[in-house]
Design a protein around this ligand. Structure first.
Ligand SMILES: [Zn+2]
Length: 335
């Protein structure tokens, strides 16, 4: 009886320990930086290193490693160069085929590695022994030549944006929820700041809870750009390709009207909705703020129809269904 009880206690303790990842982010987790009402910000040393290795190995597929690394390459000793060669080789053989967002290895590795403190990787699961071994052997090089700069830049980007996020997030999220007919997840969303990222762009995984990676390397001007991208990434847990209000409405309209969907139409809605909400709330900072998708020419062919047909929906004058019918009619109309 007593033994059975102890076994139950043990199972419970292991369960709690296992669940203690980004599903329930806590200030006591490694790499905690700051938090707002909606987000908890972290800087995982190992995730930063993983993105750095991933990108370096990716670029080294087409470019000699000394050119990928640049001038700094001459500072490395012969033994350091050898460690880099074998590590990059490992990533090219075993890791790069796994997309940072969807890949089985990289998805689960991300979930695990963010629970690890910067000092060392402990209790490495069998399936991560290879990749963890590579990171551990690259640690001294990363510490000496890269981490200080990555760390500084991560802190800089957060400090430039945290007050704005705190001031705007609640009303912005309420607007997004209204437009998307979807609720924000119950717990704060974990945001990991990483110098490098997936093609130096932010990305989000949504199962089993939203987890956002925001990059810090790029020039994040104008003011508000990082905030808009954070809203964009966040919207990925509220707008889905084929279910939920927005994705479901698009599919419904396409099925009934027999429309061929423009590629990633729901993603273009997501860009537009999160951009409009960001712009609305950024007025005080920049009255001329322009949406990321407009500035960067993302989904360029759709800009005109998105503005023309989604604005009346956003202002509450038409249903999303009717707006989407109008948009499709307009988009596929022969010139
Ligand atoms: Zn997106």
């Amino acid at each position: 009886m007593r033994n059975t009880f102890l076994i139950y206690v043990l199972i419970f303790v292991i369960g709690v320990a296992k669940a203690k990842d980004y599903l329930h982010p806590s200030p006591s987790d490694p790499g905690y930086l700051d938090e707002s009402h909606r987000f908890m910000f972290f800087e995982s040393y190992w995730l930063n290193m993983q993105h750095w290795m991933y990108n370096m190995s990716l670029y080294a597929q087409d470019t000699p490693i000394n050119e990928v690394i640049g001038e700094r390459y001459n500072d490395f000793s012969d033994s350091e160069k050898e460690v880099i060669d074998t590590s990059v080789d490992y990533y090219q053989r075993e890791v790069l085929q796994h997309d940072l967002r969807f890949g089985e290895l990289t998805f689960y590795f991300k979930r695990w590695v963010i629970t690890q403190s910067a000092a060392e990787l402990v209790d490495v699961p069998q399936e991560f022994q290879g990749i963890a071994g590579v990171l551990q052997q690259m640690k001294s090089i990363y510490d000496s030549y890269y981490w200080p700069e990555h760390h500084q830049q991560n802190l800089k980007v957060l400090s430039e944006n945290i007050e704005m996020i705190k001031a705007l997030e609640d009303t912005a999220v309420t607007d997004l929820e209204k437009i998307c007919h979807a609720s924000w997840q119950e717990e704060k969303i974990r945001v990991d700041i990483s110098y490098h990222s997936k093609y130096e762009r932010p990305y989000t995984t949504i199962t089993p809870a939203a987890h956002i990676v925001m990059d810090s390397k790029r020039n994040h001007s104008p003011i508000g750009n990082w905030f808009e991208l954070l809203l964009h990434e966040t919207s990925h847990h509220m707008i889905h390709d084929s279910h939920g209000f927005v994705g479901g409405t698009i599919l419904d309209v396409a099925n009934i009207g027999n429309y061929r969907l423009p590629r990633q139409l729901s993603h273009s809605y997501l860009f537009y909705f999160s951009g409009i909400v960001a712009r609305r709330h950024l007025q005080a900072y920049d009255p001329d703020y322009e949406l990321y998708m407009m500035r960067r020419g993302v989904f360029k062919k759709l800009h005109e129809v998105l503005e023309k047909h989604l604005d009346p929906y956003i202002t509450g004058n038409i249903s999303l269904h009717d707006a989407t019918v109008n948009l499709m009619e307009d988009y596929w109309q022969p010139d």
